[in-house]
Design a protein around this ligand. Structure first.
Ligand code: IPE
Ligand code: IPE
Ligand code: MG
Length: 232
């Protein structure tokens, strides 16, 4: 903790929360147990991010490709999401957390959609941590959606701002630090536009085991990097 430079906290941290299945497998448990433990990590990490002074935290929870999983697993994931929102909403709201969903939630089960809409609406005026949850999110789909909305507005010669403003993350700074747990060296269709100059940190730690200390280690590593943005 003492190694962290609090004047250089990344404004936006994005996390590919991976490894729930492997965590469960290691313990000879069904995959859903890993997801359940993963939700506990979400709770801890949101708290930690807030207290470290991170302004925007984006969590990749369900990709457009995750529909390929068995229907029972998909169903369990959304039911965990609803449970999380019901259980944690009051505390998050009290802390001033503002929730935004990145992705097309129209395809989600109705109770999940309802809880999400409610949580987003009721926290819209909060001014604390901006929490983005990427749900049924795919970066390519996000970009297609942006291009369509730009065309609908009649913008024929879009610039970078036009595109950024048409993404789910409109108005937010791009991620400074992208963390992926469980060691996979890939992006899996996540924030392709926004991570253009993001620093990437991959840890072997499985998401259910990821702790505040791991987040701090990622930040310490980030603070040692020299970001050049193409300069010298
Ligand atoms: C991440 O854990 C959670 C989601 C993608 C929903 P996984 O379920 O992908 O876990 P592994 O990769 O199988 O270990
Ligand atoms: C990425 O994890 C998506 C989320 C964390 C929601 P996956 O487990 O779906 O990624 P792949 O399949 O290993 O690329
Ligand atoms: Mg995975």
């Amino acid at each position: 903790m003492s190694e962290i430079d609090f004047s250089k906290i990344p404004a936006h941290v994005a996390i590919i929360m991976d490894g729930n299945g492997r965590w469960a497998k290691k313990k000879s448990l069904p995959r859903i147990f890993g997801h359940r433990q993963g939700v506990k990590t979400v709770k801890n990490i949101v708290k930690a991010a807030d207290s470290l002074g991170i302004k925007v935290l984006t969590l990749y929870a369900f990709s457009t490709e995750n529909w390929k999983r068995p229907a029972v697993e998909v169903k369990a994931l959304f039911s965990l999401l609803v449970q999380f929102l019901k259980k944690e909403f009051a505390e998050l709201n009290e802390k001033g957390v503002r929730l935004r969903i990145l992705g097309d939630i129209s395809k989600l089960p109705e109770n999940a959609r309802k809880e999400l809409d409610k949580a987003c609406k009721e926290t819209a005026e909060n001014s604390g941590l901006q929490l983005n949850i990427a749900l049924n999110y795919g970066a390519r789909q996000e970009i297609i959606r942006a291009f369509r909305s730009i065309a609908e507005k009649g913008i024929t010669n879009p610039d970078e701002d036009d595109i950024s403003n048409a993404l789910y993350t409109a108005g937010q700074p791009d991620p400074d630090l992208l963390i992926r747990t469980s060691g996979e060296l890939r992006v899996s269709n996540f924030m392709l536009w926004q991570i253009a100059y993001c620093e990437i940190y991959v840890t072997d730690r499985l998401w259910p085991d990821f702790s505040r200390k791991d987040l701090e280690e990622a930040i310490i590593d980030f603070q040692k990097r020299e970001r050049r943005f193409g300069g010298i």
